[in-house]
Write a protein that binds this ligand. Structure first.
Ligand code: UDP
Length: 470
């Protein structure tokens, strides 16, 4: 995209300030957004916590402002610890962020600051910016359907869909089709209301902001976007798929990518390789890992598998390049010549590779969107949060994959892999995914719907600052 010049009052360049939530699936879309705004002529400043800090050397055109978060210890792995960590981190960096933002406004004349875009899960950042009279936009890194679901939580409790009762898991949520109770972001009272608090805070942040940015696009979620616009009554910018607007280098890498897998993929015929990855947070039991491994081995399908440090529940999350070789006794010998295991892959490039024909995924929203946009059908094994809802859309609405639920057994894994990779059923899913790939290409082309939404976003950002600083 050609760089355009966006100049503020007195001919100065407009600044956009960004504050991502420091998790891989949240940093990536924020940095892709930075890339596209930079291409539109904005100066970019990224505020960030020490925890999972981005590498400034990889983005020499941006300014980075570290915000002390006062958090210590290793990054959490269990999902409830992650939820508690997100809430605690927001609170812990509130005072420091106030000082950093005030200093920034002091240094740069505030009339050159268009707005601050923060992750929806950082409510204190929105509160601080509002106090300092900096307009905010919120980046919600999940789907529009999930965002609507967040807004609907009071209703879901009122109508007894939540907390989830075991006997009602398959009941349809008639107000939010095609979700069933089991597809909702699970809220269990015995978790001390933590997830409920997280969701309520995200909704509060969106309502405090002057608009919501979503990494989705009309062809995927037209009905959901309409509902969201009606429910939020504020501008909603569906500018996804974000990774299609900025090069893969714009995302962040908390782990070192093993790029040798791209050469390895070159040797295989088109659409023959199964790519397996569970994202940056999901964990599996040692038993599930073994059943998955032997099922994949038994299918005879070539595979590229990301076994990141800490993937197996209870194992160390410390990057040890040799760790994954010891995880599966005998597996390497059994699959020699047709499998590759890496600790972290250049996923966007892997999914784009012509040899990749299917994706075994945890159905995180970024992975789902990246797969759909490359026409790769999915076998979903969702773990927590919005992943069950994403898998529901993959299987039921877009019909570009299916969920593998329940206890994993070698035999059922083998059958599922064959269904995706070699059966007619899988070929039909691949064909439908191909249609979505075409739509994504069309929407991100000049004049396409996502491109027009970016134009509107840019105009909105500039108008926000006029509104605030007259
Ligand atoms: N990812 C990657 N290499 C890997 C695995 C994942 O670059 O080996 C990236 C992937 O492209 C995606 C992000 O990590 O952008 C994961 O985000 P997602 O929302 O799918 O899942 P999360 O990690 O948040 O659960």
């Amino acid at each position: 995209m050609a760089a355009q010049s966006n100049t503020g009052h007195g001919g100065r360049r407009w600044h956009v300030l960004l504050f991502p939530l420091p998790y891989q699936g949240h940093i990536n879309p924020m940095l892709h957004l930075a890339g596209l705004l930079h291409a539109r002529g904005f100066a970019i400043t990224v505020f960030h916590t020490h925890n999972n800090a981005p590498d400034p050397a990889r983005h020499p055109d941006y300014r980075f402002v570290p915000v002390p978060d006062g958090m210590s210890g290793p990054a959490p792995v269990a999902i409830l610890d992650v939820v508690a960590h997100i809430i605690a981190m927001g609170r812990a960096c509130e005072a420091a962020f106030r000082d950093c933002l005030a200093a920034f406004l002091e240094e740069y004349s505030r009339d050159a600051v268009a707005c601050l875009v923060a992750d929806t899960h950082l409510l204190p950042v929105f509160e601080v910016a509002t106090t300092l009279r900096v307009p905010t936009l919120s980046l919600r890194t999940g789907s529009a359907a999930c965002c609507s679901c967040f807004l609907a939580y009071p209703m879901l409790f009122e109508k007894d869909y939540l907390p989830v009762q075991e006997s009602q898991r398959d009941m349809p949520v008639i107000e939010l089709p095609p979700y069933r109770v089991r597809d909702l972001v699970a809220v269990a009272e015995d978790h001390g209301g933590l997830e409920r608090e997280l969701i309520a805070r995200a909704v509060a942040a969106m309502k405090l902001s002057s608009g919501v940015i979503l990494n989705t696009f009309d062809a995927l979620e037209r009905r959901e976007l309409e509902r969201l616009r009606r429910d939020l009554a504020m501008p909603v910018f569906d500018i996804g798929p974000l990774h299609k607007f900025s090069p893969a280098g714009d995302s962040s890498r908390l782990l070192r990518q093993d790029r040798t897998c791209l050469d390895w993929l070159d040797a295989w015929p088109p659409e023959s390789v199964l790519y397996v990855s569970f994202g940056s947070l999901a964990c599996v039991s040692a038993r599930d890992l073994a059943e998955t491994a032997w099922g994949i081995a038994g299918s005879g399908v070539p595979f590229l598998w990301v076994v990141r440090p800490g993937l197996v529940r209870g194992s160390s999350a410390d990057p040890d390049p040799d760790d994954h070789h010891h995880l599966l006794e005998g597996f390497e010998a059994a699959t020699r010549g047709r499998g590759m295991v890496v600790a972290w892959a250049p996923q966007e490039e892997v999914l784009r590779h012509r040899s990749v024909g299917g994706f075994w995924t945890h159905a995180g929203w970024n992975s789902t969107a990246e797969s759909v946009c490359e026409g790769v059908p999915m076998l979903c094994r969702p773990c927590f949060g919005d992943q069950m809802g994403n898998a529901r859309y993959v299987e039921h609405l877009w019909r570009v994959g299916f969920e593998v639920g329940g206890g994993l057994e070698k035999g059922s894994v083998e059958a599922a892999v064959r269904r995706l990779m070699t059966d007619r059923d899988g070929a039909e899913m691949r064909a439908r995914a191909g249609e979505l790939k075409k739509a994504a290409a069309e929407y991100t082309r000049k004049g396409g719907s996502s491109c027009l939404a970016i134009d509107k976003l840019v105009a909105h950002m500039i108008s926000l600052s006029d509104h605030y600083f007259v």
